[in-house]
Write a protein that binds this ligand. Structure first.
Ligand code: ATP
Length: 483
């Protein structure tokens, strides 16, 4: 996209192909520029909501920081901004391969080679941020996206701070807000450094703490500070209460222990001048060539649907009219947006296999499984009930609402709990009753109808039918007559 354009872009300069995600006050679309056919992510923000929720500063900071970081390949690039009467539009580089968090969930954890590579890319990104006087302040695997070649693109600079520029201004995310967030935390608690938690002046070192947490998470598959509530997570952070599982690589452990340090000035790299030379020199990076990190590891499952160039569907008009918007939302429901996930056929039962229902368990089997479940990281959420089925589902608020990743736990009891896997907090429960009904819309999307509410759920791995069947079996088990 030409930088020195003589006119501002308008939505009609783009074909909006699909919704790739929704934030608290934004929707992100995959779009093709009509003229160049180049792909972009266009983040559309609702002006009215931004004003109502007093998020102007958040939006300005994101724009300012992204513009400052435009010279590095490790950040989502902001190509253009424009607006109409209702919306603000940010034209960004499209991160084809989604969020680091999704890939971590899919792979469970990364091998050390991958961790070394992505920690190195992230460190170069941190160095660049520092050279531009920017503290990210919300670094986490959800905010690290992957481009088409699996290199990182750091994003979400709404909480960032530009040192010097807005020091004198009381920012909504500054100390007062941090204190407020301690009580009513909206983001992810696990990556927050103790000094930010206690409302002290943030420094670049806050990002180094998060960097340590992310390295730990890539190796273990879980964040270092985990607990049943955000309050308990904060307590653990303050007390540096975390453990390394057996077998955790010693060199990686040494690095993590030098980053996850209570006193910000004592974190490795905190006293380096421009580049984080003391981190670069750590033996964890002994195989890293800092001048050329080389090709990124292929995290893909080899089935990327989006690996080719996108084409404009026949009949699609450019722009974002109400009609197109409605169609894109409909498409999102029936053709969900995770390109990296394989679309499985539902598993076919072999003829010889006995038909055993999920709930067909003897008392001995139940006790045996309950014993095993004790060590399960999700056991604290299920009140001692046996987990019959579990999985990460996207939970949508209404058919057009935001999608949130939740770990769903179907248990005897009967219960269907859902937990936020990034904060490890129980978010709620789908109430069981004899009137509960499931409805599969396709291999991924299904609804759970309850007397007071419909739950719109999506299984990105394509096992929606299995979920419906499992829930139906539990309903039948407890309410046999009606079902
Ligand atoms: P919130 O605003 O509530 O913090 P968020 O930061 O996830 O949420 P957005 O930045 O609007 O909100 O992103 C919404 C979704 O779109 C996310 O799932 C994100 O992964 C995806 N997304 C954002 N930017 C891009 C991009 N450049 N390319 C591809 N996907 C993107």
């Amino acid at each position: 996209m030409p930088q020195n354009e003589d006119r501002k872009k308008v939505p009609k300069d783009f074909y909006f192909l699909k919704i790739v995600g929704e934030g608290s006050f934004s929707t992100v679309y995959l779009a093709l520029e009509a003229e160049s056919k180049k792909e972009y992510a266009i983040k559309v923000l609702k002006k009215r909501q931004i004003i109502r929720e007093n998020k102007m500063e958040y939006v300005n900071r994101e724009k300012k920081s992204l513009l400052k970081l435009g010279g590095s390949k490790y950040f989502v690039h902001l190509y253009a901004t424009f607006q109409d009467s209702e919306h603000l539009y940010f034209v960004l580089s499209y991160a084809r391969n989604g969020e680091l968090l999704n890939h971590l969930i899919r792979h469970k954890s990364f091998c050390l080679e991958w961790v070394e590579f992505y920690a190195a890319e992230l460190l170069l990104a941190l160095e660049y941020m520092k050279s531009k006087h920017i503290i990210h302040r919300d670094l986490k695997p959800e905010n690290i996206l992957f481009d088409r070649n699996w290199h990182i693109l750091v994003t979400d600079f709404g909480s960032s701070k530009i040192i010097g520029e807005d020091d004198t201004v009381q920012q909504p995310n500054d100390s007062n807000n941090c204190r407020r967030r301690k009580n009513s935390f909206v983001g992810t608690a696990q990556y927050v450094s103790p000094e930010v938690l206690h409302g002290e002046k943030p420094s670049y070192s806050a990002d180094l703490w998060a960097f340590g947490c992310i390295i730990y998470q890539m190796i273990v598959g879980q964040t270092p500070f985990r607990a049943g509530s955000e309050y308990l997570i904060f307590q653990k952070i303050t007390n540096l209460d975390y453990e390394f599982p057996e077998g955790f690589d010693e060199t990686a452990r040494d690095l993590v222990e030098k980053l996850i340090v209570i006193v910000p000035e004592n974190r490795l790299g905190a006293n380096d001048s421009t580049s984080y030379s003391s981190i670069r020199e750590h033996s964890f990076f002994k195989n890293t060539n800092w001048d050329d990190l080389g090709p990124a590891p292929a995290l893909s499952d080899g089935c990327d649907k989006d690996k080719d160039n996108f084409v404009i569907p026949n009949g699609l008009e450019p722009g974002l009219s109400d009609e197109i918007l409605a169609q894109l939302h409909l498409n999102m429901l029936s053709f969900p947006s995770e390109p990296e996930v394989v679309m499985h056929e539902p598993p076919v039962r072999k003829k010889s296999e006995p038909k055993r229902r999920l709930t067909d368990l003897t008392q001995e089997e139940i006790e045996e499984r309950l014993k095993l479940q004790k060590d399960d990281e999700y056991s604290s959420f299920v009140d001692g009930n046996l987990i019959l089925k579990r999985g990460i589902l996207e939970k949508k608020k209404g058919t057009f609402g935001f999608a949130r990743k939740r770990m769903f736990l179907l248990t005897f009891g009967p219960h269907l709990y859902y937990v936020d896997p990034s904060t490890m907090t129980l978010k709620g429960e789908v109430p069981f009753s004899e009137d509960m009904k499931t409805e599969a819309k396709n291999f991924k999307v299904f609804y759970v109808h309850t007397p007071n509410r419909i739950y719109y759920l999506e299984d990105p791995t394509g096992y929606a039918l299995e979920w419906c069947k499992a829930i139906d079996e539990v309903v039948t088990h407890y309410f046999p007559k009606k079902n």
